[in-house]
Structures are given as structure tokens and as C-alpha cells.
Design a protein around this ligand. Structure first.
Ligand code: SER
Length: 268
């Protein structure tokens, strides 16, 4: 195993410390004060009051590893990359930095030799294509270009893919930009990206630029604050960093599976 889930979790939090983020603990999986959902489905859930403007005691830059139960993906659980219970690594800007820093720092964490050292040729991104509610996110695409992402690795997709939130029916939301890792055979072809070749790219990180509020009428209103909410699936990133093709081959599950095989006296 090249990196364990424990090492990765630590590395992520250490990185955000170097960017002046305070580390906060995971909230319980069952929300304490949120009637809009049954479980914490994302790292943002326990932070909604602060995304709406309440002052957070730890400041305006936070990082965490939140336990999540995501029921919307239930049909996909059992494949190589979806879990109903998982941990989401996140960094947060509460009306502090926005797209420029968020994108540059995500790229640094993923590709810098002292952090994850992922080859940029294995990465591609998606950005919001724009619709009646919000414009196309050219700013994020430009920022990715400045990091060195070539135009053919940037896909523009609609709300279904590149908009996040609100977590319940109403609340903070906005366009997002997602980062994908190449899981296909060999090297990706020149024109391959997560829009044209979705089966060969695995989403590893989602940076949400929360500049909107959805109201009861279903309208998306410009929010008076700008927040950043990012979510990186701990189990997924450990999978790709170890060059294995399923979350069940990572240290998160492998030891348990080995024990079960021993007790059952057969290979699963
Ligand atoms: N809220 C976003 C998600 O869950 C990013 O953290 O993907």
C-alpha cells in the first residue's frame, strides 16, 4: 500500500494548515439541528448556519473530514467507487477566499511532489456550462488553464453535473468545478475528458462556489456572501493513489474482507 487512508487524511489536513485553515472535527452522522435532512449527506451539512453568515468560532478558513451517509447514490453502491457511508475531506472558505485560491490550492495539493504528486496528465476537470439561473463559469475554466490544464481536458456541463446544493430543499448552493482522475487503460487520448468519456474518469474532488441561495419558490438568488465548499472522497483518492481499481482493495476494507474470508473459509 503506497498510502493508507490514515496517512491521506493527515496529509490533507496538514496541507490546509499551511494555508491558515483551522481543523474542525467531524459532526455526528445524524444532524443535530437540521430538519431538512435525515443524515449528513455532505461535509457542508453541519456548516450550513456558517455558510449563511453565522460567525464560526474557528474563523473563516476551515478544513475537516466529515462522515457522510449519501442515500442519493444508493443504486450505485456495490460498484467500484460508490459507498453509502464514506468520509469526505473538505476545505471551507466562509466569505473569505474564492475561486482563484481554491482552484490553485487544489491543484497544488494534487500535483506538487511534496503533497500527492499526481501526474497532471491523469487529471481533467468539469465546469458549469451556464443556464437561465447562472452564467457559464468561464472564470474557473481560465483558472484551470493557468494551472496548466489543457483546453481538451476541461468539459463544460450543466446543472445535473456542475451545480451543487442546496443539501435540502432550500439554502446555499452554486456552480461547482469537479476534478477527475483517469481510470481508463493506458493514457487518455487527446480529446478524452469527463464530458465525452465519462466511464474512464473518476470524480475525486468537487469545489463548490456557493454564491447563490435557493428559496422556497425554487428561485436561485445571488447570495450576499461567497463561500467555498470542497469535498474529496477519502476512499476514492486512496484507491487511485494506490493504483487499485476498487475502493474494496484499499486499507479501509481490505483487512476486514481478509478477516471475513478467514472466518468464512472462502474467498469473496
Ligand atoms: N458539497 C459538495 C459535495 O458534497 C462538495 O463538498 O460534493
Amino acid at each position: 500500500m503506497k498510502i493508507t487512508s490514515r496517512e491521506l487524511r493527515q496529509k490533507f489536513l496538514d496541507f490546509w494548515r499551511t494555508k491558515n485553515h483551522q481543523i474542525i472535527a467531524s459532526a455526528p452522522v445524524v444532524p443535530e439541528n437540521d430538519p431538512t435532512v435525515l443524515f449528513n449527506t455532505a461535509g457542508m451539512q453541519p456548516l450550513v448556519p456558517y455558510l449563511l453568515g453565522q460567525e464560526h468560532p474557528a474563523g473563516t478558513r476551515l478544513a475537516d473530514c466529515q462522515k457522510c451517509v449519501r442515500t442519493v447514490d444508493l443504486e450505485e453502491v456495490g460498484d467500484d467507487s460508490h459507498l453509502s457511508f464514506f468520509e469526505m475531506l473538505g476545505n471551507w472558505s466562509l466569505n473569505d477566499y474564492f475561486k482563484k485560491e481554491s482552484i490553485a490550492w487544489s491543484w497544488e495539493f494534487l500535483t506538487a511532489p511534496e503533497w500527492l504528486n499526481i501526474s497532471p496528465t491523469k487529471l481533467a476537470v468539469t465546469v458549469f456550462a451556464g443556464d437561465n439561473d447562472a452564467p457559464r463559469d468561464d472564470e474557473s475554466a481560465d483558472l484551470w488553464s493557468q494551472c496548466g490544464v489543457p483546453p481538451h481536458r476541461i468539459a463544460y456541463l450543466g446543472k445535473k453535473n456542475n451545480w451543487w446544493g442546496p443539501a435540502g430543499q432550500t439554502g446555499p448552493c452554486g456552480p461547482d468545478t469537479e476534478i477527475f482522475y483517469w481510470v481508463g487503460e493506458g493514457e487518455p487520448s487527446l480529446e478524452s475528458n469527463p464530458g465525452s468519456d465519462e466511464d474512464n474518469w473518476l470524480e475525486i474532488w468537487n469545489n463548490v462556489f456557493m454564491g447563490y441561495l435557493k428559496n422556497e419558490k425554487g428561485e436561485y438568488l445571488k447570495a450576499p456572501r461567497h463561500n467555498v465548499d470542497t469535498g474529496m472522497g477519502l476512499e476514492r483518492i486512496v484507491t487511485v493513489l494506490n493504483g487499485v481499481n476498487t475502493i474494496y482493495a484499499t486499507d479501509v476494507f481490505a483487512e476486514m474482507i481478509a478477516k471475513l474470508e478467514e472466518l468464512a473459509g472462502q474467498k469473496f
